[in-house]
Design a protein around this ligand. Structure first.
Ligand SMILES: Cc1cc2nc3c(=O)[nH]c(=O)nc-3n(C[C@H](O)[C@H](O)[C@H](O)COP(=O)(O)OP(=O)(O)OC[C@H]3O[C@@H](n4cnc5c(N)ncnc54)[C@H](O)[C@@H]3O)c2cc1C
Length: 443
């Protein structure tokens, strides 16, 4: 886009991180007409956690992604990329695995038949979910922990037999350090997947997953004049005269502004935040969990459920996600895609396992759940991992209370650490990116 002759000269900005946050922010900054944008991504492709991988003759998200009906920012972003017509909606069902059985958990009838809670406990569960959906977040001064809040809202039996196994499978021991607002926001988001009239869950996806979204986003970035530097990790950012020096492996480059959308521990390394400098202290509080996720392409479907929640504490993975119960298997060569994720802390023994080690730990448990699954049914198996993927939610006022400017003048940050009160999701990532851009344009 060329500037009108009397417009002030454009400033330059380096956006680091080509995940969804960095891609959306780079696009909005370039389209503002105020910045010449360079987008740096260390991987060979855009996408970050949304990136896709070849599987069989097709490509699929390396981690599973769906869209909820309430994801307005995601739907607007897809519309802007010309992909509104590519979004497919399907009813989606969740189930539970416990005491060796799989049971549905998708309708009122399923709820009434649910065998793992007494009728009284079910009443408390249903009532607690309704109360949570209409009440304000339990955040703020004196915020209780998720477990304390769950005990109060749902009672000890429902918490011990229903919520705690789910929290443990998602956060491990870190659940004891998790604030109530995280749990309340997660319940509200899941409740938002329900169709208001039928009460059934609906989930959406772009035909083929995030691969076509990233292709369209890459084209939009080029059309907006963004210079995309793939395979280029940013090593450091430091003040240089009136601007900033961004250092890559092939040397430094000067910019007026920088935006870091990489996970916060990586951003702190890039700005070389000194341990004895208190200006960075509040950002150092954020802990991240990693993820290991086995992806299977199968000849047959395992179950009708998109998500199987696990109440059995012996299972080494967090859930069983059969994404092709929402995405059309025809887009994946007719194969059924099943993901077995496990969120891990650095000291989790799974983080030290090779891919083959993870697969030989996970597969016997999957076979125990689905005795009919044979080797012949498995077309392909892959293991994907990220050492820093999901920030643990914080107590008290979150990071964005002070805005998105870092203590280093001219440097801003955003991305997953700035998503508040929720498990990370693309809708919140896109809303956060829009807020960061607004602050850069109107400091
Ligand atoms: C298992 C799993 C399932 C999910 N399911 C859903 C779902 O169903 N629906 C949903 O809405 N959301 C889902 N999400 C969340 C979604 O993936 C995230 O919200 C989103 O991808 C966050 O994007 P981001 O750009 O903020 O971060 P990231 O994707 O982490 O992007 C950060 C980018 O920075 C790059 N980078 C890091 N360091 C450097 C450096 N030094 N220099 C240059 N580049 C660097 C990385 O390579 C990466 O591309 C899921 C996430 C996971 C892990």
């Amino acid at each position: 886009m060329s500037s009108p002759p009397d417009a002030p000269p454009k400033k330059t900005i380096a956006v680091t991180g080509g995940g969804l946050s960095g891609t959306a922010a780079a696009l909005a900054l370039a389209r503002s007409g105020r910045f010449r944008v360079t987008l740096f991504e260390k991987a060979g492709d855009l996408g970050g956690l949304c990136a896709s991988v070849p599987i069989g003759q097709t490509t699929a998200d390396r981690f599973y992604h769906v869209i909820l009906p309430a994801d307005r920012a995601t739907l607007a972003f897809l519309g802007d990329l010309g992909l509104a017509g590519e979004v497919e909606w399907r009813p989606s069902r969740a189930g539970f695995f416990g005491r060796g059985r799989i049971v549905p958990f998708a309708s009122t009838a399923d709820f009434l038949r649910f065998p793992f809670l007494s009728p009284w406990a079910k009443l408390r569960l249903g009532w607690g979910i309704l109360q949570t959906s209409w009440s304000a977040s339990p955040g703020g001064p004196g915020e209780p922990s998720a477990l304390e809040w769950l005990n109060r809202r749902f009672g000890r039996t429902v918490t011990a037999n229903f919520w705690d196994p789910l929290l443990r499978s998602k956060l491990g021991d870190a659940r004891e350090r998790t604030p109530a607002s995280f749990m309340a926001a997660t319940i509200k988001r899941l409740f938002g997947a329900r169709d208001r009239t039928s009460g059934r869950e609906r989930m959406g996806s772009v035909r083929g997953g995030y691969a076509p979204v990233l292709r369209a986003a890459g084209k939009a970035l080029q059309d907006a004049g963004v210079e995309i530097r793939l395979g280029t990790p940013v090593r450091s950012v430091k003040p240089a005269g009136a601007g900033l020096e961004i250092r890559m492996d092939d040397g430094p480059q000067t910019f007026d502004r920088a935006l870091l959308t990489v996970p916060l521990p990586e951003a702190l390394k890039i700005v070389r935040a000194r341990a004895d400098d208190p200006a960075w202290d509040r950002y150092r509080r954020v802990e991240y969990m990693g993820i290991v996720c086995v992806l299977l392409a199968l000849r047959k479907s395992l179950s009708p459920f998109y998500l199987l929640n696990l109440l059995d504490p012996d299972l080494p993975f967090t859930g069983v996600i059969e994404s092709t119960n929402v995405l059309d298997p025809e887009n994946f060569g007719g194969h059924h895609l099943v993901y077995l994720p496990k969120y891990i802390t650095a000291d989790d023994p799974v983080s030290g396992l090779s891919d083959a080690g993870v697969e030989s730990l996970f597969l016997p448990h999957l076979r125990r759940m689905f005795p009919g699954l044979s080797d012949r049914d498995i077309v392909e198996i892959q293991t994907h991992r990220e050492t820093i993927s999901q920030p643990l939610p914080l107590f008290g006022s979150g990071l964005r209370a002070g805005g998105f400017a870092t203590p280093m003048p001219g440097v801003y940050w955003g991305g997953t650490a700035f998503i508040e009160g929720l498990t990370i999701n693309n809708d919140a990532a896109l809303r956060t990116a829009a807020e960061v851009v607004a602050e850069i344009l109107h400091p």
